[in-house]
Design a protein around this ligand. Sequence first.
Ligand SMILES: NC(=O)c1ccc[n+]([C@@H]2O[C@H](COP(=O)([O-])OP(=O)(O)OC[C@H]3O[C@@H](n4cnc5c(N)ncnc54)[C@H](OP(=O)(O)O)[C@@H]3O)[C@@H](O)[C@H]2O)c1
Length: 293
Amino acid sequence: MTRSENAPALVIGATGRTGRGVVAELLRAGRPVRALVRDPATSGLRADVELVTGDLTDPASIDRAAEGAQSAFLVWTAPFATAPAVVEALARRVERIVLLSSPHQTPHPFFQQPNRLAVFHAELDRMVIESGREWTIVRPGMFAANAILWWGSQIQLGDEVRWPYGAVETAPIDERDIAAVAARALIDGAHVGRDYVVTGPTPLTQAEQVQAIGDVLGRRLVFHELTPDEFRAENPAYGPAANMLLAAWAAAVGVPAYVTSTVEKITGTPARSFAEWSRNNAEAFDRDVIAPA
Ligand SMILES: NC(=O)c1ccc[n+]([C@@H]2O[C@H](COP(=O)([O-])OP(=O)(O)OC[C@H]3O[C@@H](n4cnc5c(N)ncnc54)[C@H](OP(=O)(O)O)[C@@H]3O)[C@@H](O)[C@H]2O)c1
């Protein structure tokens, strides 16, 4: 079956960091977009995006949302239980599935630490590959956007970032570049059956990343090195995720970051630098955006 280009791409996670960019890339390419949202009233998506209400925990809603769609972008951010039924629903309805996964197969110590999410991603990869539909898997390394989650409030409040493993390198990727690769895979059959590990263009230590944000803000930020125990004690909200992160950083000490040129190969444009990402997201770190108490 080949549906016309006029059939929409269904974007799951369309209000998220990556999905919003996938929507934008598809619209830029003149493709119709259907966005799965949990709350249409708060989606903030453009009026020319068709909104369908649904939830990954409710496979019947995914079945309805995918009807008549040509392809689907799948990002999983829900409990794991309904994943098989959701992939089955998509496979019944669409010709092509593009999955956002992670580089759990990449033989670099940073990606090889025991991690519940990696085990789930491996299962999800298998389900999509065995779905009988065309598939592409996109595997981003470290999201640049983690910097907001990790350091945003510290930088809003002062000039010190308290964090462990300042010397560990990663190659943070701008979420717009992940989205650009995923959108190419939705549009272009040349990417069917391909598996793409995507990273930012340049290795940077965590301390250099903090400094790059400071440069954009015109502030001198100080990286205050924490021990793993201090990190756990100062960040109780991370729970078990703290140990997962600490294990990945510990394993990567002294190892050059894993860098690919996949973004440029797929999109024709070099991956955006961390400095560019920081300029685009400066507001998230700015003291002036703190809401008054
Ligand atoms: N952070 C990293 O360094 C990294 C690296 C590799 C891979 N990943 C993977 O990337 C994925 C996260 O991508 P992201 O950062 O772009 O996502 P995100 O910004 O967290 O956005 C999540 C999206 O999923 C939607 N969503 C959440 N729960 C849902 C549900 N039950 N049903 C339907 N939609 C739901 C949210 O919609 P609402 O507006 O309704 O909340 C939102 O649009 C994860 O699978 C993660 O493992 C992350």
